[in-house]
Write a protein of this length. Sequence first.
Length: 427
Amino acid sequence: MTRDLIRDLPKKIGETVNLKGRVTNTRKLGSITFAQLLDYTGTIQTVWEKEIDIKPGEVVSLSGKVKEDSRSKSGVEVGGEKIEVISKLLETPPVDLTKSKFDIQLSTLLDHRTTTLRHPRIHAIFKLYNLLLEGYEKVMREEGFTEIKTPKILEAASEGGANFFKINYFDKEAFLAQSPQLYKQIMVGVFERVFEIGSTFRAEPHFTTRHINEYISIDAEMGFIESFRDVTAMLNKVVKKIFAHIRENGQEYLDLYGVELDKVPDEIPHLKLAEVREIVEKEYGYKIPDTTDIDPEGERLAGRYAKEKFGSSFLFITHYPWSDKPFYTMTSKDNPKETEGFDLLYNGMEIVTGSQRIHDYDTLIANMKKKGMKDKGLEFYLETFKYSMPPHGGWGWGSERTIQLMLGLKSVKEATLFPRDVKRLKP
């Protein structure tokens, strides 16, 4: 028996169709039963003028005639004729998936993740996430970037510092990748423009609404740049196209959250970090602590200023201190205490970090020495620069955090399929 898909039903009015999917809800009105059916292409209401023995959550196969229905978003419904339960519920689900709001505690949401992912509101989060990744891949290819996949088990920690996971690799000590940074720089010497979508790991013992210990980073690196402004200009273009892609293809999911997607300016405003510190104190009476480059409250207020001053939900903050940036980050020509680095804020939170990188071998070695670094485990990376590299730069972008901010979710864990934090290793 041929399976019909829900997305095709508006073209089959008057025809008898065969559908398979999961029942998401049922309700009775007198002798009539309404059952909502979900397949991978959409949802449809089926109407039954007889008793049917099905429960929300069960997997079914059904047949019926497609009818016009002006009240439905798709303009059609299915008059049910036959139904077969393919897989019954063996027990009542731990959460009620028929509630439209689905307002439950985060711990409950994650403890029963394999079930809660089936709720339409949670389902929508990851449909939008899919569009974010799909849009990124599409746009990067349009801009001439080659997709790469780099190792996640490394001999040396890619970002330095202490925020890395050690693992046993046969008879050696190894590290989980904090980013694909070293490899994507190497690949600039091969393809000039590269991008990657992949897992990264940070051993930071935090309990915040914006951090997880494993996340999907969407990265890029590009060669033959004049300055970091070439990188921010490309990123600006990429973000604008991705948001247009999500707006065009994901409105039904945005509607579930009452979200009007933010407009991305043709030119996202740039402010130096030193300027941001002054602005935040002058405009809002908040002094960013001297112990940090910028804290979450400083970011929030910088985002507020961008909205009030420029009408933008996005803001580039540039010229972070040399002391706070990795060894491969280019020092600013005008001020050696600053770098040619940037963060992109979205709705008052950092989602992207990037910079122009050092491409000269001697300068790179000198910068490592200043930071007290040794070349052990980095020989393969440094060798690349002995044989000539073009000026280059790139970014690393937190994908889950972007969806969190897009939908106004309370925690980034809500935008992560199976989040990993200090205590959570399952499901």
